[in-house]
Design a protein around this ligand. Structure first.
Ligand SMILES: Cc1ncc(COP(=O)(O)O)c(C=O)c1O
Length: 474
């Protein structure tokens, strides 16, 4: 029998890795015995099972319960993840030709939505923290400046928390956005769990966002692709939003995914909250210990400055071992300790903790980090070098959707001065595009990219493996 996907997954399971990655259920069962249920509940729309595209009974009830739990006026399930929820939300509040203000380092689904809704985009840049070499939050005052400069901006779309767990002051941002009668959409993909503890950052809905989209599957015990779209105010046309979200979902929505949303909410209400508090305490004690070690640096709540680092999600362990790159640490953890992180970059490792972890899981990770910092030789990776964030704001020649639809040609970056970029060029870290499609390539930009490359910063968006050629508009 040839089953390469199943074989690969079985191998991963057999390794018994401790999972510090999504989905938030961590391969464990929350309340239900899913193993036996999965084939049974994988049904279609028949009498009694309702219809996600026009919910009237069990799905409607489940969405209402979720709205109640998450403090929303209305909740819609997206079984196409936060990606589908973002598509539907942006589509619902804009018409072709409208302008939106988006966070420059937003998830690609926001850029996609700008392209297929034929929108014009303006950008808000997050703050860059040089000392920690990390992007932090966006500032309300920067958003206000942008809106004042272009009162035609229809909506503001920001990410909160960041992938690393850093939060902006959403309350302040919502006040500014509403002062100018605009709509605030928050991509809260990584913050579904905030709702369940006062020791975690404020939720977007509590802070006053009009719409927020959460990947329930990332941080709560729901299955991959299961997300929720919450409406927080009366400024949203719910009927249009429902229709739009519906357009981005399969006409055969999975009951397994919907059931997992139902169960994730029920579990958190019944049992999850208590374990969440236990984990928050445990992670606090653990990171305090790790911070005392010679080569270990931890970015945690101590970094909060009530400005660009308005808050921090304790459920992320964001760490660095001096002399070893984050990606090398990730590899060592997997190979020698059977621990899989959520992600790493040149500097950091990120462990995504969830309510389904145990104290033993956290201890295993902490011991492994301690061992690595004591036993693994300093690989001379310069964890102190700053990627130097460019303050170059490229000039826009054409909109993203225009650029997307034009024919392209591939040329060497070194010869691209004066051309219009046909693709995104994004250095990681920090993960903020230097160039988006439709933007003009200048000498300054080419020099900056060459500087990043000479410092071994990974850059996504090249056309070839040698990292020399890029796409331009023909
Ligand atoms: C910030 C952010 N927004 C949106 C998404 C998309 O979420 P989903 O995987 O639920 O479609 C992701 C996924 O990684 C993300 O990191």
């Amino acid at each position: 029998m040839k089953t390469p996907i199943i074989d690969g997954l079985m191998k991963y399971i057999m390794e018994e890795n401790v999972r510090f990655h999504m989905p938030g259920h961590k391969g464990k069962e929350a309340l239900l015995n899913w193993r036996n249920l999965i084939p049974q509940i994988d049904v279609t729309e028949v009498d009694g099972t309702d219809n996600l595209h026009n919910p009237e009974s069990i799905i409607l009830k489940s969405q209402e319960l979720a709205a109640n739990t998450f403090g929303a006026k209305n909740t819609f399930y997206s079984i196409n993840g936060t990606t589908g929820g973002i598509y539907g939300s942006i589509g619902a509040i804009t018409k072709p030709g409208d302008t939106v203000l988006i966070q420059r380092n937003c998830h690609r689904s926001v850029y996609n939505a700008v392209i297929f809704n034929q929108l014009n985009s303006e950008y808000i840049y997050p703050v860059y923290n040089k000392e920690w070499n990390i992007l932090t939050g966006v500032l309300a005052e920067d958003i206000e400046k942008k809106i004042k400069n272009n009162l035609d901006i229809k909506a503001i779309i920001i990410t909160n928390p960041s992938y690393y767990g850093i939060c902006s002051n959403i309350q302040e941002i919502a006040k500014v956005v509403h002062k100018y009668n605009k709509i605030l959409i928050v991509d809260e993909a990584h913050g579904s769990h905030f709702n369940f503890s006062n020791n975690l950052p404020v939720t977007a809905i509590e802070a006053g966002a009009d719409i927020c989209i959460q990947s329930t599957h990332k941080t709560l015990p729901a299955f991959t692709q299961a997300s929720m779209v919450h409406v927080g105010t009366n400024r949203v046309d719910n009927d249009r939003l429902r229709k739009m979200i519906s357009m981005y979902q399969t006409t055969s929505p999975s009951y397994i995914l919907m059931a997992s949303l139902d169960m994730a909410r029920a579990y958190m209400e019944e049992k999850g909250k208590i374990n969440l508090e236990k984990m928050i305490r445990k992670i606090g004690v653990t990171t305090t210990h790790l911070k005392g070690l010679d080569r270990v640096k931890i970015f945690d709540q101590e970094r909060i400055n009530y400005k660009d680092i308005y808050d921090f999600d304790t459920m992320k362990i964001l760490f660095q071992i001096e002399g070893i790159s984050g990606s090398s640490v990730e590899k060592i953890l997997r190979k020698k300790y059977n621990i899989q992180l959520e992600m790493s970059d040149s500097f950091y490792g990120v462990a995504l903790c969830s309510v389904m972890d145990t104290e033993e899981d956290i201890d295993k990770l902490a011991n492994a980090i301690e061992n690595i910092s004591e036993l693994e030789a300093d690989g001379n990776h310069n964890t102190k070098i700053s990627t130097k964030i460019s303050n170059i704001l490229p000039n826009v020649n054409m909109s993203l959707h225009d650029a997307f639809n034009r024919s392209k040609k591939t040329i060497r970056l070194s010869e691209a001065k004066g051309e219009v970029s046909g693709s995104f060029l994004i250095p990681y870290p920090p993960g903020i595009p230097i160039l988006c499609p439709g933007e003009i390539i200048t000498e300054e930009i080419i020099t900056y990219i060459q500087f990043l490359r000479s410092n071994n910063i990974q850059i996504l968006g090249y056309k070839d493996n040698n990292l020399e050629n890029i796409e331009i508009i023909r």
